[in-house]
Design a binder for this molecule. Structure first.
Ligand code: 0YR
Ligand code: MG
Length: 370
């Protein structure tokens, strides 16, 4: 399993409708910025990170893959996943330049491509390689009905439609104004009844005082979790909020390292742990977070930054993973889409990590890598 080449790729895929917004971003496309790894014996692995499809910043990632990570990989044994992870993470050329951010996103694409190769070489879906199926079902919750850009009446209609389709969990965005978001939360809860889990996601917009004011009123609506209430690095603030409200605090999609998670664990600042294989340096690093979360008896809900392909495998195979986010933007770009049937993700069956792009997606969405 000698690595022959490591090549970057970029796909820009439209979101549902033509534009969506959360409290901090408004986007029209999702960026799939990836690495294709070919081995001497003819196997190809794919991994990718997720971006807001801004080509100049996507190019920083592809350039990092091509010029900094790839030379350390060619000629190596692709099965040595942990050793190669360490080699890239401790690359002296990058350690001072960035132990997080661009280098980590580029590393994510490569690490996942190596796991894809490992599973393909074994002729098994990734969940099998990760130790086997540990739960019957992975429950999906739908985020795509809940964007801040969706008007109130359509938000309620979308939530009801998702429940009719079989979803037992939904998530709506907050972080606009306390009054507007409380009104929307109450309307959605009223429409879906008490038996559907309803989470909210602030994407780090509000300050502590606003979050506390919001939570005091939101507690009446049985909120499953409040995700990224505060700025992403604010450990102390999240710990304070967690003590002040009965609503469980969730976060992790913007944390890059195990060290960052360790701080949140140490200060008891989170109740739900949301690592992302496209944000951290791949599945190898996310597995460490899942194991640590499990040791604290904290549940994991992997973030759908990879739009569920790899996270479906992880969630079927890891005992800490309870539910998984569903955002369907890019799923049809892959040979085995992350499909939800009766509110649960279908167990993947094809060999690999589910990250192989279809020829159609390649032809339709590909962007220049430099
Ligand atoms: C837009 N999920 C999220 C969208 C979503 C973001 O950046 O991707 O809202 O990833 O917070 O939980
Ligand atoms: Mg989120």
């Amino acid at each position: 399993m000698k690595i022959k080449s490591v090549k970057p790729f970029i796909l820009h895929v439209p979101v549902t409708g033509s534009q969506i917004a959360d409290s901090t971003h408004s986007i029209s496309h999702w960026g799939v910025v990836g690495a294709q790894i070919d081995t001497e014996d003819g196997l190809t692995g794919y991994g990718f990170t997720g971006t807001h499809a801004h080509l100049p910043s996507d190019h920083l990632i592809t350039r990092c893959i091509e010029t900094c990570h790839a030379p350390l990989l060619v000629g190596e044994d692709s099965r040595d996943i942990t050793r190669l992870w360490q080699k890239l993470a401790r690359n002296p050329a990058l350690q001072w330049v960035g132990r997080a951010g661009i280098t980590s996103l580029a590393h994510a694409a490569i690490d996942v491509a190596l796991w894809d190769l490992k599973a393909k070489a074994a002729g098994q879906p990734l969940w099998k390689v990760l130790g086997g199926q540990i739960r019957d079902k992975v429950r999906a919750y739908n985020t795509d009905i809940g964007w801040l850009s969706i008007p109130d009446d359509q938000l309620v209609a979308g939530a009801v439609r998702a429940v009719e389709q079989g979803f037992t969990g939904i998530k709506i965005k907050v972080g606009s104004s306390v009054e507007r978001d409380l009104r929307r939360l109450a309307a959605v809860r009223q429409a879906i009844g008490p038996n559907i889990t309803l989470a909210i996601d602030g994407n780090g917009k509000w300050d502590l005082a606003t979050c506390q004011r919001f939570c005091r009123a939101a507690e009446a609506h049985d909120v499953f979790w409040f995700e990224e209430p505060l700025w992403h690095d604010d450990v102390k603030g999240h710990a304070q909020l967690a003590r002040a409200t009965s609503i469980p605090v969730a976060l992790g999609e913007q944390l890059y390292t195990t060290d960052a998670f360790a701080e949140f664990f140490a200060q008891e600042a989170i109740a739900w742990v949301q690592p992302d294989v496209t944000r951290m340096a791949g599945l190898t690093e996310v597995l460490r977070v899942c194991d640590t979360a499990h040791s604290f008896r904290l549940p994991v809900a992997a973030h759908a930054g990879d739009m569920s392909q790899v996270h479906v495998h992880l969630s079927y195979a890891h005992p800490a993973c309870e539910v998984l986010e569903y955002i369907p933007w890019i799923k049809d770009c892959f040979t085995e889409p992350a499909e939800v049937v009766n509110g649960c993700f279908r167990l993947p069956t094809l060999p690999g990590a589910g990250t192989t792009p279809t020829p159609e997606a390649w032809a339709r969405y590909r962007q220049p890598t430099a």
